[in-house]
Design a protein around this ligand. Structure first.
Ligand code: SF4
Length: 335
């Protein structure tokens, strides 16, 4: 059976259930790289110049971990999934970058996705990819439809049940994910609610966030993330803060912040990657909006390869402390 490797990084958190369904429907075995470790990050970093953004380094580390395990590695170039809204250049050049810096990698399965070129172009790209596994176009069509259904189920599950991508992936595909959250019940969230905004490939990678989400839940905070919002909520969040989206991931940062700034959460934490131009512009927009209303405390954390766990914990504790003092003060004024 042909083994197709999928790196557990970048677009994995948005599309893994769809990709897995597609390849399995075509008779392939899907192999996912293990969760990020220090070794993953170091090996990815060693292949690129220092100022490459952190998530791209992590991605290359995941590709390296699949090199000897698979017959192909799937690395799509996702240019745009929404009309006139684009991904950053890293995503467009991902197959070329991977080929160039990891020459020992097995053949890269790539496809370009750009909805602005029309449905015909997209269908042709799917057929071209599927033809590596079968010459039967009906089988490729069936696999494509099953993948689309799986993608919809996955995203509905996250917004309906307020699940994080790893939790939803586990439910939809049965693939066990690293335990991000301890099994808490509603009554455990005694301290309040914190919204975390940022790209899923940062938020849900426990190694690069130093288990930020788990730490917050262990401190009895309910966590809300961008994936728990519906497309309509994200769009109205963007309209409130920026008018119109230009970048795909504006939803994950500006859209989610626009929504959560109005939703009565106790605090918002923005996670961004060192070396990311779009992130610094978007996070600055959110910071200014949060400061101008002054209603909800906001903190941004910039993650990089050498981010120290102790420094991150200190900033987190200071932020939670500030939220707690603020809540006590509000309670005292009301009393
Ligand atoms: S959006 Fe930023 S963090 Fe994400 S891949 Fe592009 S440059 Fe890197």
């Amino acid at each position: 059976m042909i083994r197709v490797g999928i790196p557990q990084a970048l677009l994995y958190y948005q599309y893994y259930p769809a990709w897995k369904t597609f390849f399995e429907e075509l008779g392939a075995e899907v192999v996912v790289s293990p969760p990020t470790t220090l070794a993953t990050l170091s090996s990815g970093s060693s292949r690129v110049v220092a100022d490459t953004c952190l998530p791209a380094k992590v991605f290359l580390g995941h590709v390296l971990s699949l090199v000897t395990e698979t017959d192909y590695i799937f690395v799509p170039a996702v240019r745009s999934v929404k009309s006139r809204v684009y991904n950053c250049a890293k995503f467009l050049g991902l197959p070329d970058m991977t080929n160039a810096v990891i020459p020992e990698a097995p053949p890269i399965l790539d496809m370009e996705i750009d909805v602005n070129r029309g449905k015909r172009d997209l269908y042709q790209a799917i057929y071209r990819l599927g033809r590596r596994f079968t010459w039967n176009p009906f089988k490729v069509r069936r696999a494509g439809l099953a993948a689309w259904q799986s993608h919809r189920n996955y995203h509905e599950l996250m917004s309906n049940l307020r699940l994080t991508p790893p939790q939803a992936i586990e439910r939809v595909t049965g693939t066990p994910q690293a335990e991000l959250r301890p099994k808490l019940t509603e009554s455990d969230f005694t301290q309040g609610t914190i919204a975390i905004i940022g790209h899923p490939y940062l938020l849900y990678d426990e190694h690069i966030t130093h288990r930020l989400l788990s730490r917050l839940e262990q401190a009895n905070y309910r966590i809300l993330t961008p994936e728990m919002l519906t497309p309509e909520e994200l769009e109205s969040g963007i309209a409130r803060l920026a008018g119109r989206a230009y970048w795909t991931y504006e939803e994950e940062v500006v859209g989610a912040a626009g929504h959560y700034l109005q939703s009565g959460v106790d605090g918002i934490i923005g996670i961004m990657a060192f070396g990311c131009g779009p992130d610094s512009v978007m996070m600055d927009m959110v910071r200014r909006e949060a400061a101008s209303t002054g209603a909800i405390p906001f903190m941004s954390l910039t993650l990089e390869e050498h981010t120290a766990e102790a420094g991150l914990i200190t900033r987190l504790e200071a932020f939670l402390d500030m939220i707690l003092r603020r809540k006590r003060r509000e309670t005292a004024i009301c009393a």
